[in-house]
Design a binder for this molecule. Structure first.
Ligand code: F6R
Length: 628
């Protein structure tokens, strides 16, 4: 959701704190983009200097050119995805204390804000915004003044700790105070916060993308921790003031990964990184004999042997990656795999035992629904393994073990390369389980691994051969209002994913459905020229499945549908019935989702481009959904 960034540098004042924060915000804008703001503090300031504007970051940047802020020693910045109060200048962050000596930015939801506001109002405080965050700002101002009365000097760090204890809900809050002009303080609960370690300077942010051009060395800030940063001095404590040693990590990608590098959009760039995402996720996970080694996971092989059921949790695209893996893992390991949406998991009272492996899938590692589901699973004694793309994020930290996908940072709001990386990681896990449980022979595992290793080249083939025709079809269909996506078996979750991509970035009504379900209802939607996109399985590998899907194409065609097939090269049956075909190279059915999804990602991209929409930042969405 919201993105937060902060900077504390050397003692001298300069424009750098503001520059760092604006650059950080431009990198974090994918987290929310309905308003943005910054606050600066330097010596001899009586009140915090700030600017904030509704709209994209560019609106704020234009305003800062007209009304420059003074040079400063520290700065904090915020890009918002509104939860409390509509997106306007007043509700934008930072928010100020009553005396304007303190400013805060906040990501999260303060659940007891109404009661706290009422108490402050009864003491004469007034509020200008509709946000819960302003309540935290006013309360922090009051606590800071009490501390000055008690001790005779300002102590923002202690004030933040006291604030942390008083707030219910979720928060990552950064604060600055004109009475300590070289200090930035932070508190966090259930919202992301990492620190970047620079040379005589420290960066604070929702994720490392904000400061990756300055440093790759970072600290994970733990749950209910408070931080004081002054240049390169960092103190971390719990809310009672006990010192805490945060975990250090080094980011394994560079700044170029978060640049568009000549592409029109991050989404286009990231689709073209699908092959690398699969390749990198497969890399370094084998011993010299070709056996799968998941040492990094740190779960005893003996425990893996006892696992008798898997529950996969995730949201949106991540849950569809889970649905794909269900087919493969059940087939290879012969244990039941259930896929549950994270936000339904807790409330469905799931049956979990110590022999249940819960696999939590998340690109961002911060999806609150998934985080809450993990906590519930661990309370019920299940083992939780997360599949995650983001180092230093909350989900791997709160899991028993983690298997990282190596897709590199995903910036476009619509997930693409993370999907193929997630399937690859789940397949590695499934094959590893088959290896330790002995449900597949060594050569069978090797055969599947060879098909997986061949995938990047096949995706490259699609990107090279299909892009132009997909773009032409998208342009032709740009004014269509409804799209139906059909698939069977592993093609079904791919259909769901294709439908989600088109819906979220091209604002087209889409329905993804199991092809067999068509005649039980959705076929009523078919009329003349309604486009139906069908994922056709390989005729060689799964003949029965293939002929059933061909029948489905005939059924919709007979009712006037315009049919688009994603099919294996030189499939004569498809040629007979489909109006348009996006070919893909041959591959076994179970690994085909890794290639079948690519034309669908491109189709959504080209539809959104044809409609002249911002493909990277679709309306109402944010990349990382850190509220429930
Ligand atoms: C769709 C999309 C979302 C995410 C979902 C989970 O393109 O990006 O559906 O897949 O919000 O996010 P993560 O994987 O970060 O937990």
């Amino acid at each position: 959701m919201c993105g937060i960034v902060g900077y504390s540098g050397p003692i001298t004042v300069s424009n750098k704190p503001l520059e760092v924060c604006l650059q950080g915000l431009s990198r974090l804008e994918y987290r929310g983009y309905d308003s943005a703001g910054v606050a600066c503090v330097g010596p001899h300031m009586d009140q915090v200097a700030l600017d904030k504007k509704a709209g994209r970051l560019s609106v704020l940047e234009e305003d800062l050119k007209l009304h420059p802020l003074p040079e400063a020693q520290v700065c904090i910045g915020h890009t918002r995805w509104a939860t409390n109060g509509e997106p306007n200048d007043t509700n934008a962050h930072p928010h100020l204390s009553k005396d304007h000596k303190i400013a805060i930015i906040h990501n999260g939801i303060i659940e007891n804000a109404v009661r706290l506001k009422f108490e402050l109002q009864s003491e004469g405080y007034s509020f200008t915004s509709q946000t819960d965050s302003e309540v935290a700002a006013k309360l922090l101002g009051r606590i800071a003044n009490v501390i000055i009365e008690e001790t005779g000097k300002p102590n923002l760090f202690e004030a933040m700790r006291r604030l942390g204890k008083m707030l219910d809900g979720t928060f990552a809050i950064l604060a600055v105070d004109v009475r300590q002009p070289d200090v930035v303080c932070a508190i966090r609960r259930d919202e992301p916060l990492v620190l970047g370690l620079g040379d005589k300077e420290t960066f604070l942010a929702s994720d490392v993308t904000a400061f990756i051009s300055y440093t790759k060395h970072a600290l994970e800030i733990g749950q209910d921790n408070a931080v004081m940063v002054q240049g390169d001095t960092i103190v971390v404590t719990d809310f009672d003031g006990n010192k805490v040693t945060p975990k250090e990590f080094t980011v394994d990608w560079d700044a170029s990964a978060v640049e568009k590098s000549g592409w029109d959009s991050f989404m286009k760039k990231e689709i073209h990184e699908d092959p690398a995402a699969v390749r990198e996720t497969l890399m370094s996970r084998f011993d010299l004999d070709g056996n799968i080694k998941l040492d990094e996971v740190h779960i005893d092989e003996k425990l893996f042997k006892t696992i008798d059921r898997i529950v996969i949790i995730g949201c949106g695209t991540a849950s569809y990656a889970g649905q794909v893996a269900k087919y493969a893992i059940e087939h290879w390991v012969r244990i039941p795999v259930e896929v549950i949406l994270s936000h339904e998991f807790r409330y469905s009272d799931p049956i979990l035992t110590p022999q249940t492996l819960v696999v939590a899938i998340s690109q961002s590692g911060e999806t609150m629904d998934t985080l809450m589901a993990i906590r519930h699973a661990r309370e019920q004694q299940a083992t939780v393994l997360s599949i995650c793309n983001t180092q230093g994020s909350s989900i791997p930290r709160e899991s028993d073990a983690v298997l990282y996908t190596h897709a590199g940072p995903e910036i476009a709001v619509a997930s693409t390369k993370a999907f193929v990386a997630q399937i690859t990681a789940e397949y590695l896990l499934g094959l590893y389980l088959a290896q330790v449980k002995g449900t597949l022979f060594h050569d069978e595992i090797n055969g599947i691994l060879s098909s997986l290793r061949a995938i990047p080249e096949k995706i490259d083939w699609i990107l090279k051969h299909d892009s132009e025709s997909i773009q032409d079809v998208a342009q032709k269909l740009v004014s269509q209002q409804t799209f139906l996506f059909l698939g069977r078996n592993v093609g079904y979750p791919v259909a769901l994913e294709g439908a989600l991509k088109l819906k979220e970035i091209a604002y087209t009504f889409t329905q993804g459905c199991a092809a067999g379900e068509l005649k039980h209802g959705p076929i009523a939607l078919i009329e003349e020229n309604v486009p139906v996109i069908v994922i056709v399985p390989s005729a060689c590998d799964r003949n029965v499945l293939h002929s059933k899907v061909i029948s489905n194409i005939e059924e919709v065609k007979a009712r006037g549908a315009y049919t688009i097939a994603i099919a294996e090269e030189a499939d004569p049956d498809v040629e007979r019935y489909a109006d348009v075909i996006f070919w893909r190279p041959q591959c076994p059915t179970l690994v085909s989702p890794l290639v079948d999804v690519v034309p669908l990602q491109l189709f959504a991209l080209y539809m959104a481009e044809a409609k002249q929409l911002d493909v990277d930042k679709p309306r109402n969405l944010a990349k990382s959904v850190t509220v429930e």
